[in-house]
Design a protein around this ligand. Structure first.
Ligand code: HEC
Length: 168
């Protein structure tokens, strides 16, 4: 039973990137541009996660590199990729983006603030706290452990996706 389950999970893990590659292949214009943009964002987050979970050694320099990528992909650089009504398939964007544009902008700005903070926080002591201290402001983030900053950052991805991206 256990073996079958893990095999199933392995299959899903293999197929998900394939489905993604297919979607990127058929996407065009601004939709393709922002899907590719989000993949870059996803890879930077993965790079951080690997270190924080101990799959590779923690290295503040590498953390800062990923933070710089994420900071440059937050805020307005993200929101300009969503001109009103750009919903051509295979987009996963929801029309709610333009019904609640200011909230969309807030989430994009929060992502940038958390990513910027990681450039400082990367050198802070690590923490094993399991309770997430979410919603910190820029100063709070800069003083927090990279683990907490990462959770705050991930919460911005999640909050925006929950509202504005089709369920996966
Ligand atoms: C301000 C809102 C917002 C924020 C913040 C945000 N995303 Fe997204 N993301 C979206 C939307 C909307 C889509 C769907 C875009 C489309 O398909 O046109 C998306 C799509 C994606 C995709 C799928 C790309 C593909 O293959 O099509 C990934 C991966 C992703 N986001 C990762 C992240 C990560 C990681 C973060 C946090 C660091 C993040 N996003 C932050 C709105 C956001």
């Amino acid at each position: 039973m256990r073996r079958r389950l893990s095999l199933g999970l392995a299959v899903v893990a293999v197929l998900a990137p394939l489905a993604m590659a297919w979607a990127h292949g058929v996407a065009t214009g601004i939709v393709k541009e922002r899907m590719d943009f989000m993949v870059t964002v996803g890879k930077a987050m993965e790079g951080m996660a690997k270190m924080l979970r101990g799959r590779v050694d923690y290295n503040p320099e590498v953390m800062r590199m990923h933070a710089a990528t994420l900071a440059s992909h937050g805020g307005e650089r993200l929101t300009v990729l969503f001109p009103q009504g750009t919903l051509d398939p295979p987009t996963e964007a929801l029309p709610a983006i333009w019904d609640d544009w200011s909230e969309f902008q807030v989430q994009a700005a929060r992502m940038k603030v958390a990513a910027e903070a990681m450039r400082t926080a990367a050198d802070n002591p690590r923490s094993t706290a399991t309770s997430a201290d979410l919603g910190l402001d820029a100063a709070g983030l800069a003083a927090a452990s990279p683990d907490i900053v990462f959770r705050n950052l991930a919460a911005t991805c999640q909050a925006c996706h929950d509202k504005f991206r089709k369920e996966q």
